[in-house]
Design a protein around this ligand. Sequence first.
Ligand code: NAP
Length: 259
Amino acid sequence: MFREDAFADEVVLITGATGGIGRATARLMDRCGADVAITGRNAEKLSELDSELDGQVYAYRADLTNEEAREEFITGAREMLGNPTALVNSMGVGSGGTSVADLDQDAIDKLMEVNYTATALLTRDVYRGMREREAGAIVFVSSLSGLRGSKHYAPYDASKFAITGFAQSLAREAIEHNVRVNSVCPGWVDTPMATEMLREVAATEGRETETLLREARESIPSGRFTTPEEVANATAFLLSDAATNVIGESLKLSGGAVV
Ligand SMILES: NC(=O)c1ccc[n+]([C@@H]2O[C@H](COP(=O)([O-])OP(=O)(O)OC[C@H]3O[C@@H](n4cnc5c(N)ncnc54)[C@H](OP(=O)(O)O)[C@@H]3O)[C@@H](O)[C@H]2O)c1
């Protein structure tokens, strides 16, 4: 789909690279000639990904809710690969199955800390350099949940609305410095996060996870979940020169569920 040199000379930072979507994105960027900086908390998954990629790779295991870890990730990537030309924010945590009546502060804080605060602060630190160099592209992996609310997903939806709003605001500021910012907004994607979120809803509703998975698939006009590779393709398009006047977009991958 993309040429082998489509991202040659690019240095792409990818968070959540130990997860389904981040890993697919790292593989695609690597295949298209980019040097990639990958991060996640799971050491085994990170080193597996590191060893399968062909190009230059900076792999840094970290919990990015920690400020020092965020700084070390950016500094280490810059020292090994050069200045970042692109950032893909795929780090995230999911949760479902909670009635607002049963919400506690921990549940809200946990989701906001990762999906919004840490993602926004890491982006700030990378954006500072891009703004100075007057070049760069940023993609947030938000969600359909960042565009419309669903029953029993209030804390997750709110954290994704927060990051979509952050991305839109940054997009308008950043383009004045030749930095393009966009979001991808997938519906259900075939990764463990989706199954786990539906399992939580099934537990709350006293139903089988398999039944909810089937219903979720059947509710999508294309009849299936999006694959991580399809999210990676959309991200690559938004990062690429094919999208030079696409700014502040929230690109839906819903299989026709939301039009
Ligand atoms: N799956 C879906 O249906 C779906 C739909 C729409 C949007 N999304 C969004 O897509 C993104 C990627 O999700 P996914 O499906 O690929 O899920 P995933 O496989 O669970 O990946 C989540 C990634 O985030 C990382 N992460 C979580 N907390 C972290 C922290 N405190 N510090 C550093 N890294 C952290 C995880 O690292 P470790 O695993 O190493 O801890 C993992 O790499 C998320 O933002 C999610 O909200 C997913």
